[in-house]
Design a protein around this ligand. Structure first.
Ligand code: SPV
Ligand code: MG
Length: 294
């Protein structure tokens, strides 16, 4: 049997239902590739986020709608093939208009991805933390994208997250609530409420008036000092640690590369880097070699 065969994989919808029933938060981490996803699964994360920021950064390109849907899909699919936890694919604006959204849903669903998150920025978009101007799509036009996504999906478990960038754009609580309510009315399965404040106040205010209409997903990049148990108490459904893995990779690689050149040998870093054996494990080499004996 193919060594990394996908065993019975839970959809993101089923995972979320299970977590909600337990009063727990689904913990999700950003992964740009299969190796990171395997490490995330091994660490115990419930799902992985195929982050547009991480996937584009891994190619040293900006998170600014530069890569195509096909390229993001290939990256998300690589991730999903390697793990048995669900992927939430960050599909930016849906890569264009309603037709692009329909095509995106068909392609992601065919690739075995069970959840996508579409954001209400205008295509082409730029990463939420760059600059201050992130014009939003007209609310009715975005609702139309959500309806198209939901009408296109074939499997009832497919999960469409509607992400609002209202707070990112400085539009405040009333606009965030108006948009999220409209997105749920249009058929979205959950809302992702993004904030770039250095405190969790915008999110707390949002939850206070949301009254549990649908699951809320958050991305606490700029407000890291919020324990997951406290998120659970507030009723947050899912937390996405979107880019910490990529940032850790950059720190580790920069340090390793400069030390090799500085020291002219690798002795000092050997106890800081995993043995080659560990890489064999992550490649499932033993299981692959068993195929030769079959
Ligand atoms: C991503 O990880 O690509 C996201 C989250 O969309 S953020 O970078 O915060 O916009
Ligand atoms: Mg993104």
């Amino acid at each position: 049997m193919y060594p990394q065969c996908i065993r019975e994989m839970m959809s993101f919808r089923d995972l979320l239902s299970m977590k909600l029933a337990e009063g727990d938060v689904a913990r999700v981490v950003g992964t740009p590739n299969a190796l990171s996803a395997v490490l995330a699964e091994g660490a115990g994360f419930d799902a992985v986020w195929a982050s547009s920021f991480e996937i584009s950064a891994s190619r040293s390109l900006p998170d600014a709608s530069v890569l195509t849907m096909t390229e993001y899909l290939a990256a998300a699919q690589d991730v999903q093939k390697a793990v048995n936890i669900p992927v939430i694919a960050d599909v930016d604006t849906g890569y264009g208009g309603n037709l692009n959204v329909a095509h995106m849903v068909r392609e992601y669903e065919n690739a075995g991805i069970t959840a996508v998150a579409i954001e209400d920025k205008i295509f082409p978009k730029t990463n939420s933390f760059y600059g201050s101007k992130h014009s939003l799509l007209d609310i009715d036009e975005f609702c139309s994208k959500i309806r198209v996504a939901k009408n296109t999906q074939r499997d009832e478990t497919f999960f469409v997250v509607a992400r609002t960038e209202a707070f990112i754009n400085g539009l405040g609580l009333d606009v965030a609530l108006e948009r999220c309510n409209a997105y749920i009315d249009a058929g979205a399965d959950a809302v992702l409420v993004h904030s770039k404040q250095t405190s969790n106040q915008e999110i707390i205010d949002f939850i206070g008036r949301w009254e549990g209409r649908a699951p809320v997903i958050i991305v606490p990049t700029t407000y890291p000092d919020w324990h997951v148990d406290d998120m659970a108490k507030l009723g947050i459904a899912t937390v996405i640690y979107a880019n910490q893995g990529l940032r850790a990779t950059v720190s580790a690689l920069s340090d390793t590369y400069s030390r090799i050149l500085e020291e002219g040998k690798t002795t000092a870093i050997e106890d800081k880097i995993v043995p080659v054996q560990r890489i064999f494990e992550l490649q499932h080499l033993k299981e692959w070699k068993q195929l030769e004996q079959t």
